[in-house]
Design a protein around this ligand. Structure first.
Ligand SMILES: [Zn+2]
Length: 220
């Protein structure tokens, strides 16, 4: 099957990511917001995706990916995460730099080159942010993770994934040691939605602002 255009791939990826976040159908305004486009252009494109057989549903209920849509989304997610891993482990780029490059390269790397990269890297299972890399067959293990921000005081957990989209946030997380495989314990929670105070791998207490704590996904 021919690979969809970059614009179609970006929409498939956005619908895929949003439907994971909300755990259900996504509306065109959610898609518009996530891609930074106007609501009319998002509805337009979503209608095209429906005609192409990538999504179904629509209207107020929102849309879901068809099997072909999910396969298309996972293919570009695989390329994105393989490229991030390659840039980090082979070129030594830091985890806050690789996402932006991968956003561009994911549309231009051929499937054959991606498989050479996967092979050279020993078929990695996770990218530098801890996100699982879908297999070539489109399989992706389900994670049962919690958001750090949601943990009650006294809870201990292991960091598994960090949201990859905000470089400044990633630099902050790296600075306090909140990276995949770090052990974290919630010491206290500030009043009025204030910062979460945590210890990382038994070190001194650090304050984590709400937006940062919401970007960290942990396993209890
Ligand atoms: Zn990324």
């Amino acid at each position: 099957m021919e690979r969809p255009s970059p614009a179609v791939q970006d929409y498939l990826k956005a619908v895929y990511r949003l439907s994971e976040d909300v755990d259900g159908p996504v509306t065109s305004s959610q898609v518009a917001e996530s891609l930074g486009v106007t609501a009319p252009s998002a509805s337009n494109m979503l209608r095209k995706l429906e005609q192409m057989g990538y999504i179904e549903g629509g209207g107020r209920q929102g849309v879901t990916l068809t099997e072909a849509g999910r396969a298309g989304a996972l293919e570009v997610v695989r390329l994105h995460r393989l490229i991030e891993t390659f840039l980090a482990s082979t070129l030594g780029m830091s985890w806050d730099e690789v996402h932006r490059e991968a956003e561009v390269l994911e549309h231009h790397v051929s499937g054959a080159l991606a498989e050479r990269i996967a092979e050279a890297l020993g078929h990695p299972e996770r990218d530098p942010h801890g996100d699982p890399i879908p297999t070539q067959a489109g399989a992706l293990p389900a994670d049962a993770l919690s958001v750090l921000w949601d943990l009650p005081e006294g809870t201990a957990a292991v960091v598994r994934r960090c949201d990859d989209r905000d470089p400044e946030l990633l630099r902050f997380l790296a600075g306090v040691g909140l990276v995949p495989d770090a052990e974290v314990e919630v010491a206290s929670r500030g009043p009025f939605g204030g910062p979460l105070t945590v210890t990382v791998s038994g070190g001194p207490a650090v304050e984590v602002p709400p937006d940062a704590a919401r970007a960290v996904h942990v396993e209890l």
